[in-house]
Design a protein around this ligand. Sequence first.
Ligand SMILES: *[C@@H]1O[C@H](CO)[C@@H](O)[C@H](O)[C@H]1NC(C)=O
Ligand SMILES: *[C@@H]1O[C@H](CO)[C@@H](O)[C@H](O)[C@H]1NC(C)=O
Ligand SMILES: *[C@@H]1O[C@H](CO)[C@@H](O)[C@H](O)[C@H]1NC(C)=O
Ligand SMILES: *[C@@H]1O[C@H](CO)[C@@H](O)[C@H](O)[C@H]1NC(C)=O
Ligand SMILES: *[C@@H]1O[C@H](CO)[C@@H](O)[C@H](O)[C@H]1NC(C)=O
Ligand SMILES: *[C@@H]1O[C@H](CO)[C@@H](O)[C@H](O)[C@H]1NC(C)=O
Ligand SMILES: *[C@@H]1O[C@H](CO)[C@@H](O)[C@H](O)[C@H]1NC(C)=O
Ligand SMILES: *[C@@H]1O[C@H](CO)[C@@H](O)[C@H](O)[C@H]1NC(C)=O
Ligand SMILES: *[C@@H]1O[C@H](CO)[C@@H](O)[C@H](O)[C@H]1NC(C)=O
Ligand SMILES: *[C@@H]1O[C@H](CO)[C@@H](O)[C@H](O)[C@H]1NC(C)=O
Ligand SMILES: *[C@@H]1O[C@H](CO)[C@@H](O)[C@H](O)[C@H]1NC(C)=O
Ligand SMILES: *[C@@H]1O[C@H](CO)[C@@H](O)[C@H](O)[C@H]1NC(C)=O
Length: 554
Amino acid sequence: MRSLTIIIGCLATVVFAHNVTSGEHTEGQQYEGESLVWTPCPVSPTLDSDHQLECSHLLVPMDQFNRSNNGFNNEKHFNISLIRLRGKNATANGNINILLNPGGPGGSGMGFVYSHGERLNAIVGENFNLLSFDPRGVNSSTPYVKCYPTPGNQTLASQNSFRGTDPYNLTESSGNYWASSLIYTQACKQTMGEHGEYINTPQTAADMNSILDAVGQDALYYWGFSYGTILGQTYATMYPDKAKRVIIDGVANEFDWYTSFIDPEASDDTDKVFYGFVEECIKAGNESCPLAQLAETKEELTEKLLTTIWALRSEPAPVYVDNTVSGLVGFPDVWYKAVFKALYGPSGWPALAAALAPLVQGNATAFFLQYMLPSAAKAYNDYNEPDANTFVRYNDGVSGPARSPSTREELIPVILNGTNNTMFGSQEWADYFNKRSWAIPQTFSFVPERGVRTAHPLLILSTTYDPVCPLISARSANDAFVGSRLVEVQGYGHCSLAVPSDCINDIVSRYFSEGVLPDSNVVCAPNLPLPYFPAPESSSSGASSPVNTTGQGY
Ligand SMILES: *[C@@H]1O[C@H](CO)[C@@H](O)[C@H](O)[C@H]1NC(C)=O
Ligand SMILES: *[C@@H]1O[C@H](CO)[C@@H](O)[C@H](O)[C@H]1NC(C)=O
Ligand SMILES: *[C@@H]1O[C@H](CO)[C@@H](O)[C@H](O)[C@H]1NC(C)=O
Ligand SMILES: *[C@@H]1O[C@H](CO)[C@@H](O)[C@H](O)[C@H]1NC(C)=O
Ligand SMILES: *[C@@H]1O[C@H](CO)[C@@H](O)[C@H](O)[C@H]1NC(C)=O
Ligand SMILES: *[C@@H]1O[C@H](CO)[C@@H](O)[C@H](O)[C@H]1NC(C)=O
Ligand SMILES: *[C@@H]1O[C@H](CO)[C@@H](O)[C@H](O)[C@H]1NC(C)=O
Ligand SMILES: *[C@@H]1O[C@H](CO)[C@@H](O)[C@H](O)[C@H]1NC(C)=O
Ligand SMILES: *[C@@H]1O[C@H](CO)[C@@H](O)[C@H](O)[C@H]1NC(C)=O
Ligand SMILES: *[C@@H]1O[C@H](CO)[C@@H](O)[C@H](O)[C@H]1NC(C)=O
Ligand SMILES: *[C@@H]1O[C@H](CO)[C@@H](O)[C@H](O)[C@H]1NC(C)=O
Ligand SMILES: *[C@@H]1O[C@H](CO)[C@@H](O)[C@H](O)[C@H]1NC(C)=O
């Protein structure tokens, strides 16, 4: 049926590659020096592309670090999906592929190239190919992560799960969080079986070498966003000699990620971004930001917003349009699903302000229509991104009863203290209970290091105020990687793409093409007009550079 070849990669990892001269996909495209067959990708409605998009796949060993723990007869492998946007002049320049990771963990590289490929191509230019992949366990790679065999099974488990009376009082509800975590983590372990032990970042870093081998490329060119900075830092530490061009953008602290049960640093600037939303709204005035009509000052507006939203904890707002459209707008709907999400990128701020203004005035209908209708576009797929996120984070990090606070009573103060540096802290509580109860053992020995000397220094990018990956974490990476440079773009949002800046684009472009780094750390100005609350007349004309965020959870 299939013919498979085992190649010993240059780092003595085992690479499984299709024998491209036989069997399936003979109609596909092959390139010199590559062992892959590429076929045109399924057309995506979000892509307005004048570039060729091609897709392929690659079998990688289940365990990159133990060659006897693999094989095809017993299904011990992952099948990784690949996607590539070809630069129009890449062939004349050695066909170098820049690998991309969009974050998550659990984010789809396939989806990322569909949605952001053109924008990134405009930054790096036509001399490079952009290559991304659904990492092991993620989306179209197989087996993909899910904690329950079917969505029906998941619904059954969740309907009969949390029974807490007040989810915002940790002491009151800790018993429910605790008990729920015990069934969820069992399900994850059972459903994924042995593969579940190998869905972690060091394995994915090694998978990137399998990808490089398959495209005949010696050195890593890479741009990783958000969680992709953990992947990039991990790779650069494990394989420093191959790390030739590594950009980490919207940085998470790898030391906290791998060695700390609790991670308050990630929320260091979360509230500052919320206050920034309020401040920019007042500055923009009521023509651009409808919330501005409700208050004279940012303090007054903050007070009004928090009072309204906090009141929803005890009394959600009823919305009745008619007997086909009705429901309750509750605290988590507003504070987590709308406000917190909007902190990732200023492009969502005007819509949020337009929905919050009537809410504060007592009418929740606009909010409901904007944020709470089921998204018709969401394609059905029982791959579960939140579960994949859970797998990677807990498999990487300090998790499980033996490595965490052992009793419920010990856990409560640790969680409270670790999440009270932000007004958004309570959304993390259930997560920490699950992390504590995680049932899958850690199967790798990677530890982050300082003083890492890479083939070429890293380029590190950050906004000034990032809601989930603060500047302080970028500084930590800057300290860990010898010769690295930190470039900060002044503004709010997650990863540099949240705040368009020609200054950053030039630095990125020169880094990839010439290896040039700034002489010292620099601060870049954002392009004008600022993206927060564009004046009504400029919002249509000034849209030459779209400002969608990477859209990932971490
Ligand atoms: C690939 O398959 C062809 C035909 O089956 C065979 O002749 C060739 O030796 C195979 N190549 C490798 C590298 O296994
Ligand atoms: C490697 O995998 C084999 C097969 O699962 C196992 O028996 C062996 O103990 C593993 N070696 C290490 C060092 O984990
Ligand atoms: C790997 O996945 C691709 C689809 O992405 C599929 O066409 C191929 O048959 C799979 N290969 C194996 C060995 O499962
Ligand atoms: C294509 O790349 C070659 C080699 O680097 C360069 O000389 C040429 O100017 C490039 N063409 C375009 C259109 O960028
Ligand atoms: C998952 O992969 C499919 C291709 O198999 C792609 O069309 C889709 O966009 C991906 N999903 C997401 C969320 O990116
Ligand atoms: C759970 O999944 C199994 C298949 O694995 C199915 O037979 C069963 O009906 C599902 N149960 C529910 C409640 O959906
Ligand atoms: C939380 O719940 C506990 C136990 O029911 C109760 O003693 C405490 O007063 C509550 N705290 C708040 C802030 O409501
Ligand atoms: C909006 O602002 C303008 C000028 O700042 C003011 O004249 C107008 O009354 C405001 N509109 C509302 C509805 O507050
Ligand atoms: C609430 O707002 C909606 C529009 O979002 C409007 O149709 C409705 O009349 C308003 N309700 C009241 C009571 O003003
Ligand atoms: C967080 O809680 C701890 C006690 O658990 C307390 O000492 C600390 O002051 C609190 N920090 C904030 C910012 O509220
Ligand atoms: C509370 O958290 C801070 C960091 O946010 C940490 O420095 C401190 O040690 C923690 N205290 C306790 C009692 O866990
Ligand atoms: C940005 O996101 C919006 C809504 O999610 C979408 O309609 C739009 O097409 C996206 N734009 C780009 C350039 O991806």
